[in-house]
Design a protein around this ligand. Structure first.
Ligand code: NAD
Ligand code: UD1
Length: 355
């Protein structure tokens, strides 16, 4: 029996595009659905360059139920991997309504369309940020949740929405994947994270220091209760993270109801350890200075990935050095990311009933 297609919302973005590559390479049919607010159509071309397969693509919004229903009617879709969302923590404190509308209302509209189309399997991009400042390290999924920003609350709220839906309607199945810190790029150097403006996150910022676009990395605080005073995070290679989604899709076939999984390595690294690891990949000492703490940062977010390892049969394969090397390959071979390439989708891919 042929497998049904997977709809990937946000599939032109950083984690989504890497997941689409893994899906295509595993022989799955993929329909990418992205409004390109934080992505370029060039990412779809790069996916084709890497895999030799052209994913079906729609430039469309998850807030557009008519467009969603149109896509569900055109393709035989069995499950949805839902990456689409706004993701900048700082920005979410400035424009919380945009975040709540896009991430929560958008997901509710997606779930309504799925229900109408009788597609009841969803993999959702949650975040380690739902743990707030966790009392237990490494963090198990049973740890209490307490998101600290509007962005984090959108993730937590959507988790509740999906859990409530699965409780009320037993034919739904969901994997809520709590990502730790994605890092690195596709090992080919053809695709990677493509931040617009000044990167908020550590590794894309540091990569721009390495190519000379930024002067110096600011290390936000060295007075945390950690081994060298800088914050600890669990950096996971984006290809390992992508593979976690394939494992979660497979899990949904067992009809598990609603399940949460940490996708992390179980190994924490401090900011200064990351500096050292990336220096090694680049082959020279990059400049950094210690500055004040960034408001909202917590000392340590390290995953306990045991549940995902056991129940999904998934384990990370790449090392931190490999993540750093792939990031450097991507950044040095594409100093401007995907800038300068046509970013617009072909007109025949555009579905827009909102405007
Ligand atoms: P990204 O911004 O690269 O990808 C998100 C994609 O969603 C973008 O391509 C954007 O154009 C699209 N999008 C946004 N709103 C949309 C809408 N209304 N309709 C259609 N498309 C829309 O981000 P990413 O880093 O790939 O993250 C993917 C998901 O994982 C997000 O939900 C994010 O919150 C979550 N997440 C990311 C991280 C991280 O560190 N990158 C960590 C934890 C969770
Ligand atoms: C942040 C978000 C998280 C989100 C993720 C991806 C917070 C509290 N968390 O994770 O919800 O899912 O981004 O968007 O904002 N650092 C520096 N200098 C820099 C940048 C970062 O020292 O220029 C430090 C930070 O203090 C942190 C670590 O590096 O300790 C990682 O930061 P970052 O990459 O921004 O990720 P998180 O803050 O963990």
């Amino acid at each position: 029996m042929s497998q049904k297609a997977v709809l990937v919302t946000g599939g032109a973005g950083y984690i989504g595009s890497h997941t689409v590559i893994e899906l295509l390479e595993a022989g799955r049919e993929v329909v990418v659905y992205d409004n390109l607010t934080n992505a370029s159509y060039e990412a779809v071309r790069r996916i084709e360059k890497i895999t030799g397969k052209k994913p079906i693509f729609y430039k469309a919004d998850i807030l557009d139920k008519k467009a969603l229903l149109e896509v569900f009617s055109r393709h035989s879709i069995g499950s949805v991997i839902h990456f689409a969302g706004l993701k900048a923590v700082g920005e979410s404190t400035q424009i919380p309504l945009d975040y709540y509308y896009n991430n929560i209302t958008g997901t509710i509209i997606l779930l309504q369309a799925m229900k109408e189309a009788n597609v009841k399997n969803i993999v959702f991009s949650s975040s380690a940020t739902v743990y707030g400042e966790p009392p237990i390290i490494p963090i198990p999924e049973t740890c209490p949740t307490d998101a600290k920003s509007p962005y984090g609350r959108t993730k937590l709220f959507v988790e509740h929405v999906i859990r409530d839906l699965c409780t009320a309607e037993k034919d739904w199945n969901a994997a809520l994947l709590r990502y730790f810190n994605p890092a690195g790029a596709h090992p080919s150097g053809i695709l990677g994270e493509n931040p617009t403006g000044i990167p908020n996150n550590l590794m894309p910022y540091f990569a721009q220091v390495a190519i000379g676009k930024r002067e110096c990395l600011s290390v936000f605080g060295n007075d945390y209760p950690t081994r060298d005073g800088t914050c600890i995070r669990d950096y996971i290679h984006v290809v390992d993270l992508a593979q976690g989604h394939l494992a979660a899709l497979k899990k949904l076939e067992e009809k598990p109801g609603c399940v949460e999984y940490n996708l992390g390595t179980g190994i924490g690294s401090t900011v200064l350890e990351m500096v050292k690891a990336f220096n090694k990949a680049v082959g020279r000492e990059l400049p950094y200075k210690i500055t004040d703490r960034r408001p909202g940062d917590v000392p340590n977010l390290t995953a306990d990935p045991t549940k995902a390892n056991k129940e999904l049969g998934w384990k990370v394969k790449f090392t931190l050095d490999e993540a750093c090397a792939s990031l450097w390959k991507w950044q040095s071979e594409n100093p401007d990311g995907l800038e300068g390439y046509p970013s617009e989708a072909p007109a025949e891919c555009v579905l827009d009933y909102l405007h």
